[in-house]
Design a protein around this ligand. Structure first.
Ligand code: NDP
Length: 394
């Protein structure tokens, strides 16, 4: 049996913990090189000890003493701060899980790809902000990128043995979130607690709110374009409240290949972890006779403008994805902090996109890590300005 050297970035989060759960079940198959986390150093240290990691890194320098203390006597090396995250990515591993949340996941992911191994990509922001760069680095270094988002894993699985040229369209599904049936006026008043009440999936806080606004789906549409190299017109979104079909691939002969599975991220994570093999995974087996019915609806882009904005971003290309993501992240912070209402998030993103598209040379600059970081920075300032304007109007 070959032992796989693995690292988990964002190990303390929802995806990270599901990955740890799978690794823990067959520890003899893996050598854990590095685990990284953010504020939750207690969890990071517990997992690093249990899995016998070489290195544990917290993103926050001020947490280093706490991490060191929690790891005392374990033999696990401790480090902190963004440069230490990059150094962790330099440690040779066969398989790296990219599950840091937000734009902060991009640089460590690129760095890991430069080692030429396999990157299991949960961090969708990487593809949205810098898809062409990420895929080019992977190609240059002979690295493999595997999707972990359930929809993209579903498409990837439906494409095994198929020629991408025979694909007519890809349909990614959306549960519709907790506000699927709510009129716009009621959505405008939605609270944080209501936005966090996802009908099917248990996920981190930020992606759960993005699911309620369909910004998550908008990100996934862009992710689909970048990962599979499809034209925007080939990508469709379908509301499917049961969240059992994750994606459908439509071929040029009219056939549709759907991927079904329980709403449990350990399926997509496990598929990537075991790829190219399929192994037993501890997920529920669906009883379709008991489920009885699956429902499908067209998304309502008036109530959920994020989907329209995603198409505009794909049309614009270049750094528009970096603007979109940063404005969305800042607007999300504003909603979480109670500065703006739920439906204001899309207004903020739309305004920032419009403003920055008008600023010569910004969106059209080359997609490099520096340009993405600079664009991200400016977009957050513009989003903060848009939030302030909305607050004074309220
Ligand atoms: P969580 O918020 O649950 O976890 C995020 C992880 O990133 C934690 O380990 C956190 O550390 C760490 N982190 C937070 N900020 C930073 C930072 N600035 N630098 C380095 N590390 C940081 O997120 P999820 O697990 O839900 O999501 C992770 C990624 O996967 C996201 O990109 C998301 O869109 C994507 N994804 C998630 C799915 C899900 O089901 N959850 C499904 C598909 C994709 P700590 O908690 O210790 O502070």
């Amino acid at each position: 049996m070959t032992i796989r050297r693995i690292s988990i970035f964002g190990a303390t989060g929802s995806i990270g913990q599901n990955t740890v759960d799978l690794v823990r079940r067959t520890p003899e198959r893996f050598k854990v090189v590095a685990l990284t986390g953010g504020r939750n150093v207690a969890q990071l240290a517990r997992d690093a000890r249990e899995l016998g990691a070489d290195l544990a890194v917290t993103a926050h320098e001020e947490r280093l003493p706490a991490l060191r203390e929690a790891l005392a006597g374990s033999g696990v090396e401790a480090a902190a701060g963004p440069p230490a995250l990059l150094e962790a990515a330099d440690r040779v591993a066969d398989w790296v899980m990219s599950a840091i949340v937000g734009a902060a996941g991009l640089a460590p992911g690129i760095r890991a790809l430069e080692q030429g191994g396999t990157l299991a990509l949960a961090n969708k922001e990487s593809l949205v902000t810098a898809g062409p760069l990420l895929m080019a680095v992977a190609a240059e270094h002979g690295a493999t990128v595997l999707p972990v988002d359930s929809e993209h894993s579903a498409v990837f699985q439906a494409l095994v043995g198929e020629d991408i040229a025979s694909v007519e369209r890809v349909i990614i599904t959306a549960s519709g979130g907790p506000f699927r049936d709510w009129p716009f006026g009621r959505m405008a008043e939605a609270t944080l607690e209501q936005a966090l009440n996802h009908p099917n999936w248990a996920m981190g806080q930020r992606i759960t709110i993005d699911s309620a606004s369909l910004f998550n789906k908008a990100m996934e549409v862009i992710e689909t374009k970048e990962f599979f190299g499809l034209a925007p017109s080939q990508i469709e979104v379908l509301v499917h409240p049961e969240s059992l079909i994750h994606a459908i691939v439509g071929f040029r002969d009219g056939g549709l290949m759907a991927h079904l599975g329980p709403a449990d991220m350990r399926h997509a994570i496990g598929y990537a972890l075991n790829w190219p093999e399929r192994r037993h995974l501890p997920v529920e087996r669906l009883d379709l006779a008991k489920i009885g019915k699956l429902r499908f609806e067209a998304p309502d882009e008036k109530r959920f403008p994020a989907l329209r904005l995603a198409r505009e971003v794909m049309q614009a290309g270049g750094l528009a994805g970096a603007v979109f993501n940063a404005a969305k992240e800042r607007a999300l912070d504003g909603f979480i902090a109670g500065q703006i209402g739920f439906t204001d998030m899309a207004r903020v993103v739309e305004e920032v996109l419009a403003r920055m598209s008008g600023e010569t040379g910004l969106i059209d600059a080359a997609i490099t890590l520096d340009n993405v970081a600079q664009t991200d920075h400016v977009a957050r300032i513009r989003a903060t300005e848009a939030i302030e304007t909305l607050k004074t109007r309220a």
